[in-house]
Design a protein around this ligand. Structure first.
Ligand code: FAD
Length: 367
């Protein structure tokens, strides 16, 4: 029987790590499952380089930061130094974190919950969902598609390789630029293929300019507009590959012709945007409520908000949701009524949610 933790925490951002740290201090067993290469991957992926991190606090918030150790300093520092500080902190405190684990599902088991991930199953008495508001979209292809990267942390690993970047926006363009630059610096003429499902790529002027510069400096790029990722397969040598259809010819006799390319999955980066957490709540059977006119002040009509108790427990028993995943508002059940509750997407909110949720979990576990 695998070990059962008091709390399984999904996501190693400010909300998840604060939960871990408080559990650690209070003697609850816990494990953080983070999909990125490092903790705070969500922040690393979304903040522009050199951005200052502010210890912002909503005006009407009565509490101080409840985990002083993870609070951004009063004199704002760059995101790079905040990330570095957090990584040292996790090492120093020896927090129990597993990275590169993608959360997939939750199942009920006899004395708790089983969390299903890309790296197998984990067991917990309670689960805290702290996966933030930006959930990277998955490539939906048939077959044995294994996960592909959603970002590059080290573009130089594509030197000497043919890389495929999928997606038509600025994030994809940035990845293309980074790989072209790494290749240029090493005099590598292997191309970067850039595929997009639609015929038109859509990047802003500044990104287009940087891309143009890279091409003028000798960047070898092959555009694949109108290309569709189709199948994930394992080849004869056991290599996971992605087959992408690059064009299609409809013929009168009803037999279509098409060209396709097959890339090792390890050379593929899919930057196909992110989505809010509602599809995950649906999958987990966590109830959400659609805002109808006049009911919500922050959310728009038709937006679906997750339904939580005042202690952040969802309608699925033992499953709590905190941080950016429930911003900018959620539906709070309190004293027999349900109301939209404001929940600003800030590090402050994420940290303080963690403190409240651990209190609730302790009470529920009778500690
Ligand atoms: C550009 C920008 C600037 C900002 N500047 C500030 C600022 O200066 N001050 C401030 O207070 N706030 C700022 N914010 C907001 C702040 O970053 C968020 O409120 C905060 O990061 C929310 O923390 P979180 O832990 O809930 O979510 P996140 O920080 O998003 O962390 C969630 C973690 O879960 C992981 N994850 C996601 N899906 C899965 C999965 N399926 N399995 C496992 N792990 C998963 C992610 O990789 C990520 O590491 C800014 C936001 C942006 C986008």
């Amino acid at each position: 029987m695998t070990q059962i933790h008091d709390v399984l925490i999904i996501g190693g951002g400010p909300a998840g790590l604060s939960t871990a740290y408080i559990c650690h201090k209070q003697g609850l067993s816990y494990l953080v499952l983070e999909s990125g290469k490092n903790v705070f991957q969500g922040i690393a992926n979304t903040y522009p380089q050199g951005k200052l991190v502010y210890p912002s606090k909503p005006k009407d918030a009565p509490e101080p930061f409840l985990v002083e150790e993870l609070r951004p300093p009063d004199k704002p520092v760059t995101v790079e130094s905040y990330l570095q500080y957090v990584q040292h902190f996790v090492q120093h405190e020896n927090l129990n974190v597993q990275t590169e684990v993608d959360f997939e599902d939750i199942r009920d088991d006899r004395d708790g919950l089983t969390v299903v991930t890309s790296r197998g199953n984990f067991r917990g008495r309670k689960v805290v969902l702290a996966f933030g508001s930006n959930i990277p979209r998955e490539l939906s292809v048939y077959g044995d598609a294994k996960m592909v990267a959603k970002n590059v942390d080290d573009p130089s690993k594509f030197v000497g390789e043919k890389a495929l970047v999928i997606g038509g926006g600025n994030t994809a363009a940035d990845v293309v630029i980074a790989i072209l630059k790494a290749k240029r610096e090493e005099n590598d003429s292997q191309p970067v293929y850039w595929a997009h499902i639609s015929e038109k790529f859509d990047v802003n002027k500044e990104t287009a300019q940087r891309l143009g510069e890279e091409i003028l400096l000798g960047g070898n790029i092959r555009l694949l507009p109108g290309a569709t990722p189709r199948i994930g397969e394992v080849d004869d040598e056991g290599v996971d590959r992605l087959v992408i259809r690059i064009n299609e010819f409809k013929q009168a006799d009803g037999i279509d012709l098409y060209h396709a390319m097959s890339f090792p999955m390890k050379n593929v980066i899919a930057c196909i945007g992110s989505q809010g957490p509602v599809p995950i709540f649906d999958k987990l059977g966590v109830q959400t409520i659609a805002c109808t006119s006049g009911v919500c002040k922050i959310a728009k009509e038709g937006d679906r908000l997750v339904l939580l108790t005042a202690e952040f427990e969802s309608t699925r028993k033992g499953v709590y949701v905190i941080g950016g995943a429930i911003s900018p508002s959620f539906m709070k059940i309190a004293e027999g009524s349900i109301q939209e509750e404001k929940h600003p997407n800030l590090i402050y909110t994420a940290i303080n949610d963690a403190s409240h949720v651990v209190e609730a979990v302790k009470k529920s576990l009778g500690r």
